[in-house]
Design a protein around this ligand. Structure first.
Ligand SMILES: [Zn+2]
Length: 231
């Protein structure tokens, strides 16, 4: 009974481990997304500022054109033309800057999309696993209380000294009960002293294995199951 509960708990711990590693991956993806989104955000802001600059300069170009049309001396014409050229160059520089920004952030934007897809996949896997594990926890708890009820009744019937020894051994070794069918302890595989083995065979006795201290009793070979008896 205790071995069955222990096996369930181990299985549960393993499932929780899977769950935790998924949560860890999710955390790493969140961190990466945060950094990449910040990069994209900064680039978008710069891009926006550059567009505003271009709009302002385009208006100034109109001004300069009017000035050029109104110019009456060669000096005025030259000045207006220089202004126009200067403004066009400033606009070109900003357009180049936007192209550069777009090129630089293209890979980050792609990375954000990839990470978001991965994030979504793990969230879904986690949701499915959590549901699965919730069901397992429920079953385990039901099993434990069901078995626990029966266990209490058995414990009441055991001599307190024996029960204390059982619990001590179970805490120290995981399992407290061993059997022998052939003169060796089936838990630690050590040979029992012949006298002890004969005594165990002769009468229904409960002893302790001298090597591992587990509570040991004789189980006729025909009753032994191939996978080892259940405690
Ligand atoms: Zn033993």
């Amino acid at each position: 009974m205790d071995a069955a509960v222990k096996a369930l708990e181990e299985q549960l711990a393993e499932e929780r481990g899977v769950l935790n590693s998924l949560k860890e991956s999710l955390k790493r993806l969140d961190e990466r997304l945060q950094i990449d989104r910040a990069t994209v955000g900064t680039a978008d802001k710069q891009r926006n500022d550059l567009h505003i600059d271009i709009r302002t300069m385009t208006q100034q170009v109109e001004h300069s054109r009017e000035k050029l049309n109104r110019s009456r001396t060669e000096r005025e014409t030259n000045a207006a033309q220089r202004e126009l050229e200067e403004l066009r160059k400033l606009i070109r520089d900003r357009e180049d800057e936007i192209t550069r920004l777009d090129t630089d952030t293209a890979s980050v934007r792609t990375a954000v999309e990839t990470t978001e897809a991965e994030h979504k996949r793990i969230v879904e896997e986690l949701a499915a696993k959590e549901g699965d594990i919730q069901a397992k926890v429920g079953k385990l708890e039901a099993d434990k209380s069901e078995r626990g009820g029966g266990r209490d009744a058995i414990v009441k019937r055991l001599p307190p000294v024996l029960y204390r020894r059982y619990e001590q051994l179970r805490g120290k070794r995981g399992t407290a009960i061993a059997q022998t069918s052939d003169g060796t302890c089936n838990k630690c595989n050590m040979a029992l002293p012949p006298q002890l083995y004969h005594r165990l065979r002769r009468e229904p006795l409960i002893e302790q294995c001298p090597s591992c201290n587990r509570i040991i009793y004789f189980a006729p070979p025909t009753e032994a199951t191939p996978t080892g008896p259940v405690d």
